[in-house]
Design a protein around this ligand. Structure first.
Ligand code: S3P
Length: 424
């Protein structure tokens, strides 16, 4: 069966922010219309940028960019909803403005750490005021001038890296950094596509990123957003588990910093094909295919984690249906996602009858082929809802997912598409 998945969340969010800073009208085709990018769009509009109607059926967005110096002071608090990426990247954009702006989010976002972004932005001269608990939203970014930096980042996080690069773009100051692992590089690629020069090279297990010559102006974007490989992963998993005999996901992004899950599924014995079909805006797009497979347990270690960070719940579910034990370590970052994903996976897998041991930085899962039955909680996390949706669709299993609506942030059509795939 051939399917498409919604547009990439990371790329859509970056397009909204860079589109707002560009000089002129950007055109973004096939954006993700989920709640996260719509929250980001609301915040960008709150800074005076005109954005065309952005509803669930929008197939093209027009953003009337105001240029790097054109953003306006918001009249109210900017609410980023559930969007960790939107809020953290926006902190970078706001850090060097001539005005103050206050950001908040939903209960999940207000519990997530922000110091990982404010500390390095602070090294550029940015100033902040915590409006509630220190280190969490709500937070006011105080306007002021920024200076250039050369930083060693403590975490391999594309959100942190991108916040710094966007601060450099908005304030026209050089940003040099070294990241400890190869986090997704969509910001670097998109910046290149609008006329900025970002030089990157491998350094040890991570990368050196050099943005030395911030451009005076950014050209508008004209791009088609590829399908989100993180969303595709749920359907690859569905085929591997035999929810359907085989699947092909077309028009999906194949940026190598995002395809770690394909490598992990293959290591488990999963039959997966990848074919590149086009390239646009520096991003490669293609088809991912998967066929029902017999899976075996593997060791997932720290070096595997960055390129598959959002797909580890899917790997954990594959592990629950594999022969033998899968040990995931070096994945402590999962504890600070939309929910604590280590805890959520452990609690939910146990609730349906899988043996799992919780580790500080991961989990150990014993595969089983017994029917899995029970009730699980999405913990307000889209990816937790979706992986258990897929596991529940495997023939013989009966799983009730409480909080199914969580999928709206990244994949509003998920449940309907899963049903189509299940019934062929
Ligand atoms: C994202 C980066 C990752 C990822 C998130 C999206 C991005 O977070 O988990 O879903 O678009 O930059 P970290 O940068 O915190 O690892």
């Amino acid at each position: 069966m051939r399917i498409r998945v919604p547009g990439d969340k990371s790329i859509t969010q970056r397009a909204l922010l860079l589109g707002g800073l560009a000089d002129g009208r950007s055109r973004i085709r096939r954006p993700l219309t989920g709640a996260d990018p719509r929250s980001t769009a609301g915040a960008v509009a709150g800074l005076g940028v005109e954005i065309s109607d952005f509803g669930p059926d929008t197939s093209e967005l027009i953003i009337a960019g105001r240029g790097q110096d054109g953003l306006r002071a918001p009249t109210g608090v900017l609410d980023l909803g559930n969007s960790g990426t939107g809020s953290r990247l926006l902190l970078g954009v706001l850090a060097g403005q001539r005005f103050d702006a206050t950001l908040t989010g939903d209960a999940s976002l207000r519990s997530r750490p922000m110091r990982r972004v404010t500390d390095p932005l602070g090294a550029m001269g940015a100033r902040f005021r915590w409006e509630g608990e220190e280190g969490r939203l709500p937070l006011t970014v105080l306007g002021g001038a920024l200076k250039s930096v050369d930083l060693d980042l403590a975490v391999a996080s594309a959100q942190v890296k991108s916040a710094l690069l966007l601060a450099g773009v908005a304030s026209r100051v050089p940003v040099l950094l070294t990241e400890p692992g190869p986090s997704r590089d969509h910001t670097e690629r998109m910046l290149e596509s609008v006329g900025a020069r970002v030089i990157t090279h491998v350094r040890g297990p991570g990368r050196r990123v050099e943005f030395r010559d911030p451009p005076e102006r950014l050209s508008p974007l004209d791009l088609t957003v590829p399908g989100d490989p993180s969303s595709a992963a749920f359907f690859l998993l569905a085929a591997l588990l035999g929810v359907c005999p085989e699947i092909e996901v077309e028009g999906v992004g194949l940026n190598p910093t995002r395809t770690g899950v394909v490598d992990l599924f293959r290591r488990m014995g999963g039959r997966i094909e990848a074919e590149v079909t086009s390239e646009e805006g520096g991003e490669v797009t293609g088809t991912l295919g998967a066929t029902r497979s017999t899976l075996r347990g593997i060791d997932v270690v720290h070096d595997d984690v960055v390129r598959a960070i959002d797909e580890l719940p899917a790997v954990a579910v594959a592990a629950a249906r594999a022969q033998g034990v899968t040990r995931i370590t070096g994945a402590g970052e999962l504890r600070v996602k939309e929910t604590d994903r280590i805890r959520a996976m452990v609690v939910n897998l146990r609730a349906v009858g899988v043996s799992v041991e919780e580790l500080d930085d991961g989990m150990e899962i014993e595969g089983t082929d017994r029917p899995l039955r029970g009730r699980v909680d999405a913990f307000h996390d889209h990816r937790i809802a979706m992986v258990f949706g897929v596991l529940g669709a495997q023939p013989g299993n009966e799983i009730e997912v409480v909080g199914r609506d969580a999928v709206d942030v990244s994949f509003p059509t998920f449940w309907g598409q899963l049903e189509e795939v299940r019934t062929g």
